[in-house]
Ligand binder design. Structure first.
Ligand code: BGC
Length: 739
């Protein structure tokens, strides 16, 4: 061993021993009540993210009955609460958690949008910036990354994740954990990550939030669990349980999930927190009769911290007295929470994240805003561009029409938590800042459904008047940019939709504006894949902009005006209609694969099987040509590797990014394997006229899966390599894996 490494290990183990001594001594001094207090996480009244709050949470802090607070931030506010904790007998510092989901104050695109950048370094960087800001704003802990794989866009929470692909999800999970936690949690600019929602929340039935999940172990291991595991292996300090059941037992009371799998199999060392009141929710789940039983089940399953349910706070003492729960279990949970506090340096200085000067300097600084603009640019996906309508010419008179054209609140999307929407740039503002000739008309409400408008907190306007204004504005312009889609409240938590099209009122607007005969560009704002068959049939250019964050409007203007050549690629399939859902690219063949000429094959009568826009899809203002795919050999040994190579040329008129994607298919295996699975990608930048050879190394690890006996192995036989600009337009070459 190198002397320097030996020295490092020595220091690390001495520090570890010191931590252990300190915490063990502390634990010995704690009463049972104080221990239980450490397991109690309550929301402050600054912001509330769930069904109810506890009014007297401050009393609980003062009495040592609450060890962690969420929904409280700013150096002043957290200092005020930390002062209370410092008045308790043992002065154990509070831990402050919050949903810092896609940025804290500088808001980046919603995660589903950010994923479309396919830029792992950038995704790590935005997590780093979020951690810089959050930690400067009094926070220690973010409830992110959300790594739930989802194949159902009716579920509003697809906005918070990175889409449908497992392997891609693993890469982002790791990048996010690194970004939030850095290499040293004691540094004042890092925060604890929290992987959620463990587990399988993305697979809820019918896309209806909080619904049940039913899944085979094989499906879990193969497709849904790997991103959580990747985050845990990357060192995520905490894990949040999900609301749903897993194999019939709610995640929050599921010993197999939280102990056998998470701790024993994956080696997780941090602490487990519930989701909002999910211990209590095991009663309506029909698993326990009352909170007394719920607390017992959760603790024994492996839940350390109770978010907002106060079930541990009210039940654990009695459970110990009744000898239902050994104190040892409580001690273990307390230790894991104290360890996190210790690692953050809170025992050294409970106020180390409460520095107003740092907050003023760090938050929303120019560099961060620039990163937000870059991320938003790269998240935008060009879905259609007939006749090269885009980019717009700078001398064109633009009519910007639609309820999302100047909607500041919507720009930062859902789960923008501490984000200040008043600092967000709308598309109208972005176009004006770019100095183009633009006039704006709202055109319609988000929806004609008064009930929905009410739920979204939106005031309806005069539909006829709005439409007339829009038509006049359109007629006076050379080109119309329609800013349509969903209001931010239509995705995110508790925002499932049974119809994921553009709402009625906006459809009418689109149809009317189409009649003016002006060239139309549709700029979409939304938190999920939408059904766009009509739009795709009638509108020449479509730009998916998601909810782009603080700099959304500038970034979209950059793309519309050709200052940035769009490069985003979808990480979730866009269906043709809602009836096709669930629809995802890594599907399996059936015994009767679809054959248009054979009635008795797997298909619909009224819609094709394929999606409107496939996974990995996204256009550019330039064009890329792919040469033939070549393999370094036609067979591979178990311990060998193979190179797949393709030459990509920029054949159009703009410089631009292309994301070259590698998919693999195992043709025959002991269990049915998908027709394609993403196993690599390379994002390259090519000047116009430039060409580059792109190659991928394939090893046996890329070919592994859970076999008939649930062993993670590669089986010899034929494989196909597929390379292309998206999951649909691939070239396929075969090779054999030799025994
Ligand atoms: C959500 C979590 C979130 C928590 C705290 C819950 O309702 O499911 O994702 O972290 O609230 O705000």
């Amino acid at each position: 061993m190198k002397p320097i490494l030996a020295l490092f290990l020595l220091i690390a183990s001495a520090a570890q021993a010191q931590q252990q001594r300190f915490l063990t001594a502390l634990l010995q001094r704690m009463t049972l009540e104080e221990k239980i207090g450490q397991l109690n996480l309550l929301t402050s009244d600054m912001d509330v993210t769930g069904p109810f709050m506890k009014e007297n949470y401050k009393q609980d802090i003062l009495s040592g009955a609450c060890g962690a607070i969420f929904n409280a931030y700013t150096p002043q506010y957290t200092r005020m609460l930390q002062d209370m904790a410092m008045k308790t007998r043992l002065k154990i510092p509070l831990l402050f958690g919050y949903d810092v989901i896609h940025g804290h104050k500088t808001i980046f695109p919603i995660p589903l949008g950010e994923a479309c950048t396919w830029d792992m370094e950038l995704m790590e960087k935005t997590a780093r910036i979020a951690a810089e800001e959050a930690s400067a704003d009094g926070l220690h802990w973010t409830y992110s990354p959300m790594v739930d794989i989802a194949r159902d866009p009716r579920w509003g929470r697809v906005a918070e994740g990175v889409g449908e692909d497992t392997w891609f999800g693993e890469q982002v999970a790791k990048a996010k954990v690194r970004g939030y936690q850095g290499t040293d949690l004691s540094a004042p600019n890092t925060v604890l990550a929290c992987v959620k929602h463990f587990a399988l929340y993305g697979a809820i039935e019918a896309g209806r939030d909080y619904n049940t999940v039913d899944m085979s172990r094989r499906q879990m291991y193969q497709f849904y669990l790997p991103p959580y595991k990747a985050a845990v292996r990357a060192g995520a300090a905490t894990v949040m349980t999900s609301f749903n059941e897993v194999d019939g037992i709610p995640a929050t009371g599921n010993h197999w999930l939280l102990t056998d799998l998470l701790r024993k199999e994956w080696g997780f060392k941090g602490f487990v927190v519930t989701d909002y009141t999910s211990i209590n929710e095991m009663i309506p789940h029909g698993i326990v009769k009352n909170e007394y039983e719920a607390a017992e089940l959760a603790l024994k399953a492996g839940v350390d911290m109770d978010m907002q349910g106060s079930v541990y706070a009210t039940q654990l003492k009695k459970l110990v007295e009744d000898k239902k729960v050994p104190v040892k279990l409580i001690d273990d949970a307390v230790m894991r929470i104290l360890e996190a506090k210790y690692k953050l340096g809170l025992f050294q200085d409970p106020y180390r994240y409460c520095d107003t000067q740092r907050a003023a300097k760090v938050i929303m600084n120019g560099e961060f805003l620039q990163a937000a603009r870059e991320t938003a640019q790269k998240s935008i996906v060009l879905l259609k561009n007939e006749g090269q309508l885009l980019p717009l010419k700078s001398n064109q008179k633009i009519a910007l029409i639609g309820p999302l054209g100047d909607a500041q609140r919507d720009m930062i999307g859902n789960w923008s938590a501490a984000g200040d929407f008043k600092k967000a740039v709308t598309l109208l503002q972005g176009l004006k800042a770019a100095g183009v000739n633009v006039s704006y008309a709202q055109g319609s409400d988000i929806s004609a459904d008064a009930q929905l408008m009410g739920k979204l907190g939106l005031q309806p306007g005069d539909a006829d008047k709005l439409l007339q204004e829009a038509l006049e504005t359109a007629r006076a312009a050379d080109v119309v940019v329609l800013a349509l889609g969903e209001s931010q409240g239509m995705s995110g938590e508790a925002a499932s939709r049974s119809d994921i099209g553009i709402p009625d009122a906006q459809k009418r607007l689109m149809e009317a504006v189409l009649q003016t005969g002006k060239p139309l560009v549709l700029a979409l704002f939304n938190g999920r894949p939408m059904t766009l068959e009509w739009e795709n049939a009638h509108i020449p250019a479509i730009l998916e902009t998601w909810f782009g964050g603080s700099q959304a409007g500038n970034a979209i203007a950059d793309v519309l005006l050709g200052k940035f050549n769009p490069s985003g690629k979808l990480t979730m399939t866009f269906p043709r209609n809602t009836g096709q859902i669930p629809i995802y690219y890594n599907r399996k063949n059936t015994g009767r694969p679809m054959d248009a000429n054979n009635k008795y094959t797997s298909k619909y009568l009224d819609v094709p099987n394929d999606p409107l826009f496939p996974f990995g899809f996204g256009l550019s203002y330039t064009t890329f040509a792919y040469g033939p795919v070549s393999l370094s050999a036609r067979s591979m040994a178990m311990n060998g590797t193979l190179r797949a190579t393709v030459t990509v040329s920029n054949t159009g008129n703009f410089d631009g990014y292309e994301t070259v994607q590698l998919y693999l298919r195992d043709v025959t295996a002991s269990v049915n394997r998908p027709l394609q699975e993403l196993r690599g990608f390379k994002k390259i930048f090519l000047r116009k006229g430039e060409r580059r050879e792109v190659s991928f190394s394939i090893s046996v690890d890329d070919l592994k899966f859970y076999d008939r006996d649930m062993q993670y192995v590669a089986e010899p036989g034929e494989f196909r390599v597929q390379i292309g600009p998206n999951s649909r337009d691939v070239q396929e070459v075969a090779f054999d894996l030799k025994p």
